[in-house]
Design a protein around this ligand. Structure first.
Ligand SMILES: *[C@@H]1O[C@H](CO)[C@@H](O)[C@H](O)[C@H]1NC(C)=O
Ligand SMILES: *[C@@H]1O[C@H](CO)[C@@H](O)[C@H](O)[C@H]1NC(C)=O
Length: 399
């Protein structure tokens, strides 16, 4: 460590020198010129693709977390195998994790005791960056997947009670369960991510957000076997923009209506392109759910390429296993400027709750064409929905 501290001091002085010359100053200031650097390889981690580096990562994090001031944990180039990892706060200063190499998830499922591979908790001030990859090696877990244990396949990256965070530029590949979850977080930005898994991989959602406030997901490319992005219960002020999605199940709100679920409000999904997905802009609630509200939702400037259900509100999600009306009240929802093609003939489906009809649903400038195999024409289907249709409309709205 002593050597590294000296190095860091040199970098700090260099940073100051550059600053005073006005050269490249901004970047250094943003990264924190005085961040103490902790390289996992100097804590025993081995990039040999065989050693389980989980303990070395945890020890390096703990040391960084307990050091005064900003700290940066670096995973350099190379293949680092790791089982379950906990990156826990609170820390003494803002933390950065820079990943340049590939982190490989251990394939032995018994390694994962909490259903998570890499778990960030209770950190205030976190940056995860670098051009590296988190490869969950999920292909080892998918075929043997027991349906009764589906929620137990580990999430690749979990963020819980993390605030003032930026996760950017990293790649996530073949998670076993969800690729990333953001839960009970506040002021959280996700930018320029690449998330990739085969279209037929089970429950490999890209990003699932719940119980969070002020989360933005921007400029990312996501293709998985489930929702590209799912916005669950208890969220407010969530912005999603510049997302390329597909394959996958689309960009969904829900499912909502599980016991303990809380209201959802202020969701904006803008400037996204969905290709070959089963759903486009979707809101889904369970039938026979508990009482809650989903409101102030905007899907705007979305391009659909060969999407199966481009615009869909489904309040009878899981209706095969449950009967009865959803108690989720959906209101103030706007679908604007949604263009492209649909492979099913019902391009707009507003299937709302008998007990709690949808209110304030607005569709403006919907311009979809049929691209399926049957040479059919498009239609819209509405039940229990108070909806207005204006602007260019293809299909024509419900009466
Ligand atoms: C973040 O999302 C909010 C809420 O939808 C939105 O108003 C804001 O413009 C977004 N910011 C960025 C940088 O995308
Ligand atoms: C829309 O999203 C694309 C990425 O799909 C991005 O390159 C472009 O800058 C975005 N446009 C606006 C106006 O945000």
């Amino acid at each position: 460590m002593a050597l590294q501290k000296i190095e860091v001091k040199v970098v700090f002085l260099l940073g100051l020198a550059l600053l005073s010359c006005g050269v490249e100053g901004t970047r250094r200031v943003l990264e924190g010129p005085d961040a103490t650097v902790f390289d996992v390889t100097t804590h025993g981690a081995k990039p040999d693709g065989k050693t389980n580096n989980a303990m070395m990562f945890i020890r390096a994090w703990n040391e960084a977390c307990q050091s005064a001031g900003p700290a940066k944990l670096v995973i350099p180039e190379g293949n680092f195998l790791a089982g379950e990892v906990f990156f826990k706060g609170p820390c003494k200063g803002p933390m950065t994790l820079e990943v340049l190499g590939t982190v490989l998830g251990k394939t032995d499922l018994s390694e994962y005791t909490t259903g998570v591979w890499i778990d960030f908790e209770k950190v205030d001030g976190l940056t995860v960056t670098g051009t590296g990859t988190f490869n969950g090696q999920g292909e080892s877990a998918w075929p043997s997947k027991d349906p009764s244990q589906k929620s137990l396949l580990p999430i690749s990256l979990k963020f819980q009670f993390v605030q003032n965070a930026l996760v950017e530029k990293i790649n996530l590949l073949n998670s076993k369960g969800f690729h990333m979850t953001v839960t009970s977080c506040n002021n959280f930005k996700l930018d320029s991510l690449t998330i990739t898994a085969p279209g037929d991989s089970p429950n490999t959602d890209g990003i699932h957000i719940s119980r969070s406030d002020l989360v933005n997901v921007t400029n990312s490319v996501i293709g998985t076997g489930d929702d590209c992005i799912s916005i669950g219960e208890g969220n407010s002020d969530i912005g999603v923009s510049g997302i390329t999605c597909g394959p996958g199940h689309g960009i969904s709100i829900g499912s909502l209506g599980h016991p303990q679920d809380k209201d959802v409000k202020g969701i904006t999904v803008k400037n996204c392109t969905l290709t070959g997905t089963t759903n486009g802009a979707r809101i889904k609630t369970l039938s026979e759910s508990n009482q809650l509200v989903a409101s102030s939702i905007i899907y705007e400037d979305i391009i659909m390429n060969d999407v199966k259900n481009p615009i869909i509100i489904d309040q009878h999600y899981n209706s095969k296993s449950k009967t009865g009306s959803s108690k989720v009240k959906i209101s103030d929802v706007h679908f604007k400027n949604i263009r492209g093609t649909s492979v099913s003939d019902v391009a707009v489906a507003l299937d709302c709750s008998e007990a709690n009809p949808c209110e304030g649903i607005e569709l403006v400038d919907i311009d979809l064409a049929y691209s399926g195999a049957r040479g059919s024409s498009l239609s819209a289907a509405c039940s229990n929905a108070k909806a207005t249709f204006t602007g260019k409309l293809s299909p024509v709205g419900c009466v």
